[in-house]
Design a protein around this ligand. Structure first.
Ligand SMILES: Nc1ncnc2c1ncn2[C@@H]1O[C@H](COP(=O)(O)OP(=O)(O)OP(=O)(O)O)[C@@H](O)[C@H]1O
Length: 355
């Protein structure tokens, strides 16, 4: 019998029932426990006592209630429900929801200048939305997919949060930034800026590599390109291999977090990003004009391959990176020429794509 990962929700519980229930005659039979027809396979497993009890997660949350603030408890709760698969997440929520939402109540009291406001269902709903945002970031899952109650917001909002994040820039500020800084570019920077903006305007896609010694203004030019595209209300995604490099770019994020790259890149033959077409990030990648990846010389070659495969799949386009324009920037002079315990396997993606 095939193995099923617990993340594969109902499939996992169906398999558990198939292994444990003797002589099932139908799927409905599997869902029936002591004459009660359950709504889900998970509920049936629950009633049959096939799931672990959640006492250790209960204790973990109880500990954090004593020592952590509401934001930290909320993050812990999101991690537990997305990665630890507790059998009754709703019970945990009901038990700790006050501690999880305490900061929202506090904020509301300060905003309204009214210390008498008490916790309400709206505040709990706000808490659920924040938890769901974290679940989407951690595992690309909505709350209902991890056995929780769904917050009261339209699916549209939930799926568009990544888009909203990329479209929230102030156009006037960006235009002013571009106006003030383009004249500062030196000749070579001007040439890079012109070439790249021409490629963006022509919408031809392609892979560009910006190589220059440290301190010569790579990040400066990239910031200008990002600002120019965003000032036209288009989407440009800023990624970097390290957190520090990401902080230098406006709206910068680490490639691992934004692209949901697998952690065990070394051991997977053809890694892909954990992004589906219907997910928020999937929609963003389908719409964006440019992806900039700063300090890409520090990235594992398979992370670029994963992005290549994923974009080809998402955009249904067999050109390199699904026909999307990619700007890689970095400086091999600042990267160790030797990969510790590496093999000649660590050659770059360019070989594969004949670039
Ligand atoms: N044309 C320019 N006019 C004014 N300042 C500039 C210009 N080009 C670069 N700078 C400044 O020079 C400094 C170094 O530039 P930047 O950080 O972009 O270099 P870098 O090539 O990205 O360096 P590294 O490879 O170390 O990340 C920054 O403070 C940047 O603002």
């Amino acid at each position: 019998m095939y193995t099923v990962h617990p993340r594969n929700d109902e499939c996992f519980y169906l398999r558990l029932l198939l292994v444990n229930v003797r002589g099932p005659k139908s799927f409905a039979h599997l869902k029936t426990v002591n004459g009660h027809q359950c709504q889900t396979y998970r509920e049936a497993c629950q009633l049959l006592g096939l799931l672990e009890n959640d006492s250790h997660w209960d204790l973990t949350l109880a500990d954090s209630v004593v020592s952590s603030n509401a934001y930290q408890i909320r993050t812990l709760f999101a991690i537990i429900i997305t990665t630890c698969f507790p059998s009754q997440p709703i019970q945990l929520w009901n038990k700790y929801k006050y501690a999880i939402c305490e900061d929202i109540l506090h904020r509301l009291r300060i905003q309204t200048n009214n210390p008498d406001i008490q916790i309400t269902d709206e505040i709990y709903n706000e808490g659920l939305i924040l938890i769901e945002d974290q679940c989407l970031t951690i595992a690309n899952k909505l709350l209902i997919e991890v056995g929780m109650i769904a917050p009261n917001r339209s699916m549209h909002d939930a799926f568009n949060q990544e888009l909203n994040r990329e479209l929230q820039y102030n156009v006037d500020t960006l235009q002013e930034f571009v106006r003030n800084n383009v004249p500062l570019l030196n000749e070579q920077q001007k040439q890079v800026y012109k070439t790249l903006m021409q490629a963006v305007d022509n919408n031809t896609g392609g892979l560009f590599f910006l190589d220059a010694p440290g301190g010569t203004g790579k990040t400066f030019v990239i910031s200008l390109i990002l600002a120019t595209i965003r000032s036209r209300c288009d989407i440009a995604l800023a990624l970097a291999s390290s957190g520090i490099a990401a902080t230098l770019l406006d709206g910068g994020r680490t490639a691992h977090s934004a692209l949901k790259l697998p952690l065990n890149l070394n051991t997977i033959d053809t890694p892909t990003c954990n992004i589906s077409r219907s997910s928020a990030m999937g929609k963003l990648l389908m719409q964006c004009k440019l992806i900039v990846w700063d300090e890409c010389t520090m990235a594992h070659k398979k992370s670029l391959e994963a992005l290549n495969f994923t974009l080809k799949d998402l955009r249904r386009n067999n050109n390199i990176f699904g026909g999307l324009m990619i700007l890689l920037a970095g400086d091999f002079r600042q990267t160790l020429p030797v990969v510790p315990r590496g093999t000649n396997f660590f050659c770059y993606i360019f070989e594969k794509e004949n670039i």
